[in-house]
Design a protein around this ligand. Structure first.
Ligand SMILES: [Zn+2]
Length: 193
């Protein structure tokens, strides 16, 4: 198991996306399957500014994954960034709020702007596999401010993991520096198929 997606067939080792792709990240965890209720909750959080939901999300993430995260011993938590214009529009980065909550509870530093999102990427779900990869290539970069700051063991934080292409695009950028292990923690994950 790499991404932690629930699998239809128990004996299956990897989900469809993990067996199809060679992911750069090492492994990761997700709390919930991205079903109707979870989708609704996260949409309220993101688009209707229900930031108070974050507290509950963090509590649940901690309840299930505290020991697993601590076992991986990431030096730092880094949220998947939003493009500047989206951040302005929304007023907050949901992944950063999750990361800050987790970091505070677990005593792990959070570097909110370590990664930058360059292009305004199109919504991934509207694209096919090939377009997704092209869409994300070069979308992320290390913030020049942190050019000389290196972490060997990083945990990325995001709200929704779908195919893994976003997390992996971030992982690639980190691995191009001196990072050796990239993990992720996500609030929700799409179903394996
Ligand atoms: Zn997988």
């Amino acid at each position: 198991m790499k991404c932690g997606k629930p699998l239809e067939v128990e004996e299956q080792e990897y989900c469809f996306d993990c067996s199809k792709n060679v992911f750069q990240y090492t492994k990761g965890y997700a709390l919930w399957v991205y079903d109707r209720n979870v989708k609704k909750s996260i949409a309220e959080f993101k688009f209707h500014n229900r930031r108070e939901y974050c507290e509950y999300y963090v509590e649940e993430l901690i309840r299930f994954y505290e020991s697993k995260i601590l076992a991986l011993a990431p030096q730092v938590l880094i949220p998947v960034p939003l493009h500047r214009s989206k951040l302005q529009e929304r007023g907050f980065n949901q992944a950063a709020l999750l990361a800050l909550g987790l970091g505070r509870t677990l005593g792990i530093p959070v570097v909110e702007n370590y990664l930058l999102r360059h292009q305004k990427t199109k919504a991934q779900k509207r694209l096919n596999d090939k377009e997704r990869v092209i869409n994300l290539t070069d979308a992320f970069a290390v913030n020049p401010k942190y050019q000389n700051v290196n972490y060997s063991n990083v945990m990325l934080v995001d709200d929704i993991y779908t195919t893994g292409s976003t997390i992996d695009a971030c992982a690639k950028v980190l691995l191009q520096k001196s990072t050796k292990e990239v993990y992720f923690i996500s609030l929700a994950i799409g179903k394996g198929y």
